[in-house]
Design a protein around this ligand. Structure first.
Ligand SMILES: Cc1ncc(COP(=O)(O)O)c(C=O)c1O
Length: 403
């Protein structure tokens, strides 16, 4: 980032905006794919749309041969709209709009059943459309020693799970795609148990699914300053692949049919593919504490409020800077705790831009319309500036209200 670029962008798009990096995204995708495929070639990636459903990212995944992992009919619609074939869409999640379920399942979207209430409806669809192939999987829930009792999917020890599996014996048009699981922890040591437990389950059931989907929950690339704020080790793509793909390669080495191994990364692909740029509008001192106010908010970069300081770069726009110690960057909202970055030491002036890295995951998709509409998303390309999402305006927020 340099002064010239930011000056041009702010002149045309305002004093706060996101910068998207689709080249980095494509590179992350290729690296992650290679890391797993080199060990177990029957592998694919289903990108977790909820993490950042910017259509440019979704389109890229499709062009690169990946699948769409969606958790609502809204997200399935994005996938269809960017040209993803229905059979390359995987619909997970604890709630499924039953009307939309019928429409999408008939199109060929793969639905992972999360609870028994869905299977009742699947039965009705199977009877109503006897000539259609209905692609289904089942989300599995088991203990991997992460201390979490997840509320998603079927307890694999339960009768509900057995009943869900029995569905496939009752209707010839139900096509069993496979089993899926997802665990939120990103710790490397939780990945081998996921793989081993899924394979043990499959062997115990004496089934060979077409696909075994281990979900998401991988760390992505980040600056050392961010890594240092996590309490554990941040693994590389290769380290995850070694833990997981090796288990699959070993298990299926003598088998003619090898199931497809799928993972559903979100943050691991997109975390480092967006920056957030915002102008310093004021610097003040309150009872000895240095505080800068930005045209930006913690809700722009980290609406999950995880209290970590993102990577930061200050770009001087020419005003005379002063050296500050222990300065906190506050946001435009009236929430007292709205700080984007704490304990900054360095040079700063009003008019400078703060550029925050790792703003790609759970940012634009989670930003509430609180106090201000959201800022534009831009990408600097060889051909110039591409507007990925225009800045929101008053009407975008209020046209659904009755005045
Ligand atoms: C079912 C499922 N798959 C994938 C993901 C993506 O997770 P992550 O961004 O940690 O890779 C999530 C996130 O909650 C999820 O619920």
């Amino acid at each position: 980032m340099n002064k010239q670029i930011l000056q041009n962008l702010s002149k045309n798009f305002g004093d706060a905006f996101y910068l998207l990096d689709s080249k980095q995204f494509a590179q992350n995708y290729a690296e992650l794919k290679k890391a797993f495929s080199e060990i177990y070639p029957h592998f694919n990636i289903a990108y977790s749309y909820k993490t950042n459903y910017t259509p440019k990212f979704c389109k890229l995944v499709n062009e690169l041969g990946g699948y769409a992992e969606v958790v609502s009919d809204m997200e399935a619609e994005i996938a269809l709209k960017v040209g993803v074939k229905p059979q390359n869409i995987i619909w997970n999640g604890p709630y499924k709009n039953l009307k939309e379920l019928e429409r999408l399942i008939v199109l060929g979207v793969i639905v992972n059943i999360d609870s028994l209430y869905e299977s009742d409806f699947i039965r009705q669809i199977a009877e109503k459309y006897p000539k259609n192939t209905i692609n289904l999987g089942i989300r599995c829930n088991f203990d991997i020693g992460d201390g979490v009792v997840s509320r998603f999917g079927f307890d694999v020890e339960s009768d509900d799970f057995k009943n869900a599996l029995a569905l496939f014996d009752s209707y010839p048009n139900l096509n069993f795609i496979g089993l899926q699981c997802h665990f939120a922890t990103r710790k490397l040591e939780t990945w081998k148990p996921r793989a081993e437990k899924m394979l043990a389950l499959i062997d115990a059931l004496k089934i060979t699914p077409k696909r075994i989907d281990l979900g998401g929950g991988l760390f992505g690339k980040m600056a050392d300053s961010l890594k240092a704020q996590f309490d554990g080790y941040i693994p590389t793509y290769r380290e995850y692949a070694k833990e997981v793909a090796t288990v699959f390669a070993e298990r299926y080495k003598d088998e003619i049919f090898k199931p497809e191994l799928v993972i559903e990364p979100g943050s691991a692909l997109v975390g480092d593919c967006m920056k957030f740029v915002s102008k310093v509008v004021n610097i003040k001192n309150i009872r000895g504490k240095n505080i800068a106010t930005l045209l930006g908010s913690i809700y722009n970069i980290n609406p999950t409020l995880n209290k970590k300081n993102p990577p930061i770069e200050i770009v001087s726009m020419g005003e005379k800077q002063k050296e500050y110690e222990n300065l906190d960057f506050g946001g435009f909202t009236c929430i007292e705790s709205d700080y984007l970055y704490k304990h900054f030491n360095g040079k700063l002036a009003v008019g400078d831009f703060a550029v925050f890295g790792n703003a790609g995951s759970y940012s634009v998709v989670l930003k509430p319309p609180f106090i201000l509409p959201n800022f534009p998303v831009l990408e600097i390309t060889d051909k110039g500036v591409e507007v990925i999402k225009r800045g929101e305006c008053f009407d975008d927020i209020f046209h659904t209200f009755t005045f």
